[in-house]
Ligand binder design. Sequence first.
Ligand code: LLP
Length: 425
Amino acid sequence: MDHFEYRDATLYAEDVKISDIAAQVGTPFYCYSSATLRHHYRVLADAMAQAGLPDTLICFSVKANSNIAVIGTLAQLGAGADIVSQGELMRALKAGIPAEKIVFSGVGKTAEEMRVALTAGIAQFNVESLDEIDVLARVAQEMSLTAQIALRVNPDVDAGTHEKISTGKAENKFGIAWEDAEAAYAHAAALDGIEASGIDIHIGSQITDLAPFRAAFEKTADLLGRLRAAGHRITRLDLGGGLGVPYQKNNETPPDPVAYARMIHETLGDAECQIILEPGRLIAANAGILVSSVVRAKRGQAKNFMIIDAAMTELLRPTLYGAHHHIAPVEQSGDENNNDQWDVVGPVCESGDFLGLARSLPEMQSGDLLAVFTAGAYGAVLGSNYNTRPAAPEVLVDGKRFEIVRKRPNYEDMLRTESLPDWLG
Ligand code: LLP
């Protein structure tokens, strides 16, 4: 469910006309809906409460959309944050997420990042290797602190998703191998400066079937029993993110958060642990669109190309994963029977620069607006300045009002950090 809908054949975000935003902000831009963000957060929070899991902390995975206005909208609802870098930590704190609701994931935390996060007083480090355990223990000891850690264990479950976003198989770089988990907890228990009080898993992203989650959670329940039998005090289970969302309009039914929550209750409901969830896409994907203008329509011999002013630099997912995003004109033509097939492409000098292939669209004129849907997660965050394209601004809508929450840099801003060396000056 989202709050982007057509009224009188023109697209709205909540109560704001997309064309009004475009007139003020220029294109391309990302447009996020506060009501949709809130709705998605609440659906998951309510599902967990109703499934009998009231002790749940939902840590929004900041990597999916790290605009501080988006994080701040969720902070107001009580969300925590899942971060993977010092930069994301700074964003979460600036957006108003309390440090005690922040978990720090990622395979490559540096000692400096650990220090900064310990100083901030975050809730938990999700630790992925013996070396990381040792470094964190040493850093915490130096600071006379105790870090709460969860060991990220790799359950060797096939999430059935795109290979580039699958993380829970033995061949992936993430986590500690399942067979090594008990030894790793024993290793951690012997060290000062850390307390291994949690188990963490995350098997992948855009998972559209509950079965792999169930398999991973059942294994987690089993590991929990064995760890407790060995005397470890485990009080938190971090089940990661990964719930998929619909990208096609109307013909996809990814798992319902209610069924997901019930399944967590069935597999881990009697664990007597706080549950941490790290959803990113579920909350943000359908809360954002990318709005672009047609530069020109170019009819070719083999194909028709709709060249628009957004590109792989604003939405990399089609290029990187062959991902499908629904694309539609902001103003409906009312005569879809006359549509042709178009490849919707950007101006970037790469054949892989496309947003959609063989899409049924009306003939559009230069300046006409198009919306690329489901761009609220892994959209702006994966953006680049390739071809020296300025980052597209981000706009947040809330009811009748909207505000630019990241402005478009000008070319002076973009060149500010570069200089000619002395010998060329
Ligand atoms: N927790 C951890 C440890 C993660 O690695 C991720 C995502 C999440 C949570 C959030 O997963 P989500 O709920 O959003 O599925 N760029 C790719 C997605 C990469 C996901 C990376 N990790 C894409 O555009 O599909």
